[in-house]
Design a protein around this ligand. Structure first.
Ligand SMILES: N[C@@H](CCC(=O)N[C@@H](CS)C(=O)NCC(=O)O)C(=O)O
Length: 361
C-alpha cells in the first residue's frame, strides 16, 4: 500500500524514495517530443509537494492555456491515486491554475468529509483525456509492464499517448527551458527561473534543500526507528537554521537598499530575485506548520514561532505571487496526509489547527 511500509524499505528503517522511470525531454530537435500548444498535459495532486512545483512553474511561465491539468482526488488508497468519475468536471477549468479547484488561504471544516466524497471541482477532477479511474491506468497505457510506483506529477503527451517525464525536478526545467515561450500568455513576464549566472548557486541550495528539507520531512515522518527519526528530524531543523541565516542576511541587505517597508517583498534565497531555489523550497515550507509539524513529527518548532525570516519569506511568496497562492490548496494538503497514511494516523482524524494555515502578510 502507498504508506510508510512500502517506502521505508531499508534495513535500518529509513525511507528511500524510488527513482523516477520516465525521463524524456521536449525540444524542437527532439525526434518525438516537440513543443506544441495543447499537446502536453499535467497530471497532479494538489497535496503533493513535488507536483506543486510543476503547477507553480506552469503559472509563472504563462502556460496555463498551453498545458492542461487534471487533479487526482486528495485521498490515496491501497491502489494509489484516483480520479473523480468521468463527466464530473468541465474541460475549460483544466486551463486554470489549479484546474478549477478553489485554493483558499484557510482550510475548510472537514467534519463530514469522507475519503469517498466526489465533490466535483473540490475533491479533484476526472481524467479529462481518457476518463480513467486511476492514475495507474495512465502508467499502464504508457508502459503495459510498468512495475514501479504510480506517482504524480506526470507530464503526458496527448499525441503519442505516453508519459514524457514523471520527475518533477526535470518537468520544471522543461517548462522553464523556453520551448513553450512562443505559445505563452503575452501578459506574463517570461521570467527565467534558472539564469545561467546563478545556476551553480541554485544547484548548490537545491541539493541540500532536497536532502534535508523537501525529502527530509518525509525521511523524518516515515522513519521506522527512533534513531532514524531523531537523525532525520535533527537534520531538518539544522537546515531550517541554515535557511534562516541566509534569509536574514538577504533581508538586511534588502532593508539597506529598499528600506524596511519594501524589504519583505524583495526577500528571496538568492539576491533579490525569484529563482528555482525559492520555487523548490516553497511547497515544503507552506506544508510545514499545517501538516509536517504534527503528521511527520517535525515538531522541534513551527515555522511561524521559530523562524521569523523563513515565515516572512513564505508570506511574501504566498501573498505577493498569485502563482504560489492560486496553486496552494490547504484542504487537499491537510486531507491527503492525515487520511492517506493509516500507519501514521490510523483513525484518519484531521487536526483543526494551526489557525490560520498561513499568517497574513
Ligand atoms: N521523484 C518524484 C517523486 C514524486 C512522488 O513521490 N509523488 C508522491 C506524492 S507526494 C506519489 O505520487 N506517491 C504515490 C505512491 O506512493 O503510490 C518527483 O519528484 O516527481
Amino acid at each position: 500500500m502507498p504508506d510508510a511500509k512500502k517506502w521505508a524499505n531499508s534495513e535500518d528503517g529509513s525511507f528511500k524514495r524510488q527513482v523516477s522511470s520516465f525521463r524524456e525531454t521536449i525540444s524542437a530537435s527532439h525526434p518525438v517530443f516537440k513543443p506544441g500548444k495543447g499537446r502536453y498535459w499535467l497530471y497532479v495532486s494538489l497535496a503533493c509537494p513535488w507536483a506543486h512545483r510543476t503547477l507553480i512553474t506552469r503559472v509563472l511561465k504563462g502556460l496555463t492555456s498551453v498545458i492542461g491539468v487534471s487533479v487526482v482526488h486528495w485521498h490515496m488508497d491501497e491502489k494509489g491515486w484516483r480520479f473523480l468519475p468521468a463527466g464530473d468536471g468541465s474541460k475549460d477549468k483544466c486551463f486554470e491554475p489549479s484546474a478549477g479547484i478553489a485554493c483558499t488561504p484557510e482550510s475548510q471544516s472537514t467534519a463530514g468529509v469522507t475519503s469517498e466524497s466526489t465533490r466535483a471541482g473540490v475533491d479533484g477532477t476526472p481524467d479529462h483525456n481518457y476518463g480513467f479511474a486511476r492514475l495507474s491506468d495512465l502508467y499502464y497505457k504508457a508502459k503495459p509492464d510498468y512495475q514501479a510506483r504510480f506517482t504524480v506529477p506526470i507530464l503526458w503527451d496527448l499525441e503519442t499517448e505516453t508519459i514524457v517525464n514523471n520527475e518533477s525536478s526535470e518537468i520544471i526545467r522543461i517548462l522553464n527551458s523556453g520551448v513553450f515561450d512562443e505559445f505563452a500568455d503575452p501578459q506574463t513576464n517570461p521570467l527565467d527561473l534558472v539564469p545561467l549566472k546563478l545556476e551553480s548557486q541554485i544547484e548548490e541550495i537545491n541539493s541540500w534543500v532536497y536532502d534535508h528539507i523537501n525529502n527530509g520531512v518525509y525521511k523524518s515522518g516515515f522513519a521506522e526507528s527512533q534513531e532514524v527519526y531523531e537523525r532525520e528530524v535533527t537534520g531538518v531543523f539544522e537546515h531550517l537554521d541554515r535557511l534562516e541565516h541566509i534569509l536574514s542576511v538577504n533581508y538586511k541587505a534588502a532593508v539597506t537598499k529598499y528600506g524596511e517597508k519594501d524589504a519583505a517583498s524583495r526577500l528571496y534565497l538568492i539576491n533579490e530575485q525569484l529563482t528555482e531555489a525559492d520555487l523548490r523550497l516553497y511547497p515544503t515550507i507552506v506544508r510545514f506548520d499545517p501538516v509536517y509539524v504534527q503528521h511527520f513529527k517535525c515538531n522541534l518548532s513551527t515555522i511561524r514561532a521559530g523562524y521569523k525570516m523563513i515565515d516572512l519569506w513564505l508570506r511574501n511568496m504566498y501573498w505577493n505571487h498569485s502563482a504560489f497562492r492560486s496553486t496552494t490548496s490547504f484542504d487537499h494538503i491537510k486531507l491527503h496526509y492525515t487520511r492517506s497514511h493509516p500507519r501514521i494516523n490510523p483513525l484518519a482524524i484531521t487536526p483543526l489547527g494551526p489557525k490560520p494555515d498561513i499568517l497574513p502578510l
